[in-house]
Design a protein. Structure first.
Length: 373
């Protein structure tokens, strides 16, 4: 059935944008959102150029309510729309039932491809099998590793091993290889499992660093619960008995930073993973204990996922796995900028931040030129 007769509105609350409509002609013309007509060259893949309704993709994320989610979705939307695609997004804000309901509804809404983020349970694997059975291309981010059993899906992630190694390497440098450490980590999520493997080996390789305590919970109020837990730790461990905190998630680092600063424990330093505007603001505060974090630009993650999905829609080969390269961001770098640093200008401080030509094909660049606003 022609997709023009299919509704593109999900029953759950979704962030919608108006995408391409119009028609194609023998010359490969199409009408863009602005109403201007564009002419496709032979360089544009036929499956893209001949799509009568324009390419429509859906991005569905299980977790939400945080800056990382907002930027990931914004990156995906911006990249897709820059190529003339219609991009719809939805975040379940941690609600498993809403997450799976969104996937199942999207199956019958005429989408050319779907990106799924943080689908951590076995039900996600079954959902993706249903999508691929319907010939709908799928790209996942930070999701259940068992998805690898579904043929044709590309699983993307941050390079979690690299993230952990960068962060722990900086922690080792700051503490000169001698410290009593609190570990903030939660099990049950693929990225956390990978980071924990690196941490476990790190302790084996660095006898001068000892874990004295740990805490971890994934909830809507993770930062608050972490702040309370770290406050209790600081009371328990006086100066000389706790030197550093390794936070494997920025929600942990936010809570820890607030607790350490409130207790005026200038002797305790925090090294984390992930970055956001809120994180950058905390790191730049006077007397902030948060001295470094390892991260991947969430906007870039969304953009690269869209490029991979576009290649799938075009019928081009894509890898089964792709890991996003990590960067280290230090408080020293931020202070050297001489101005407030946020996610928009972080690239001026950290070389290569937010830039990658991964999977950016020549025909994608041509689409970007055609649909440039």
């Amino acid at each position: 059935m022609n997709k023009k007769f299919l509704s593109a509105t999900l029953a759950v609350t979704m962030s919608m944008v108006i995408g391409l409509t119009g028609c194609s002609s023998k010359s490969g013309s199409k009408t863009a959102n602005s109403g201007k007509k564009v002419e496709y060259s032979k360089n544009i893949p036929e499956k893209i150029a001949k799509d009568e309704d324009g390419v429509k993709i859906m991005v569905i994320r299980k977790i939400g309510g945080d800056d990382h989610t907002a930027q990931f979705l914004a990156g995906a939307k911006k990249e897709g729309e820059s190529m003339g695609f219609k991009v719809d997004t939805f975040t379940a804000n941690g609600d498993t039932a809403k997450f799976h309901d969104a996937i199942n509804q999207a199956m019958d809404k005429g989408y050319d491809g779907i990106i799924i983020s943080h689908g951590d349970d076995d039900a996600t694997v079954e959902d993706i099998k249903k999508l691929t059975d319907k010939k709908i291309p799928v790209v996942t981010f930070d999701s259940n590793p068992n998805i690898s059993s579904v043929k044709g899906v590309t699983m993307t992630s941050q390079d979690d091993e690299s993230l952990a190694k960068l962060a722990l390497g900086e922690l080792n440098k700051i503490t000169k290889g001698q410290s009593k450490l609190a570990y903030l980590w939660v099990d049950g999520f693929p990225p956390m499992v990978s980071r924990n493997k690196v941490y476990t080996q790190f302790l084996k390789d660095n006898a001068g660093i000892k874990e004295v305590d740990r805490f971890g919970v994934a909830a809507a109020d993770t930062s608050v619960q972490t702040q309370n837990a770290v406050s209790a730790m600081l009371t328990k461990y006086s100066k000389g008995n706790l030197d550093a905190i390794f936070a494997t998630w920025d929600a942990f680092a936010i809570g820890a930073a607030r607790a350490v600063k409130e207790a005026n424990r200038t002797d305790v330093k925090i090294v984390g993973i992930d970055i956001s505007n809120a994180d950058l603001q905390l790191m730049q505060e006077e007397g902030s204990p948060w001295v470094a974090t390892a991260a991947v630009d969430p906007k870039l993650i969304g953009a690269v996922d869209v490029r991979i999905l576009a290649k799938k829609i075009a019928g081009e080969e894509t890898p089964e796995v792709h890991k996003m390269e990590a960067s280290l961001i230090t408080q020293e770098q931020l202070k050297s900028a001489g101005k407030a640093v946020n996610m928009d200008n972080l690239s001026e401080v950290v070389q290569g931040w937010g830039k990658s030509d991964a999977f950016l094909e020549s025909w994608m660049k041509e689409l970007k030129d055609l649909f440039k606003k």
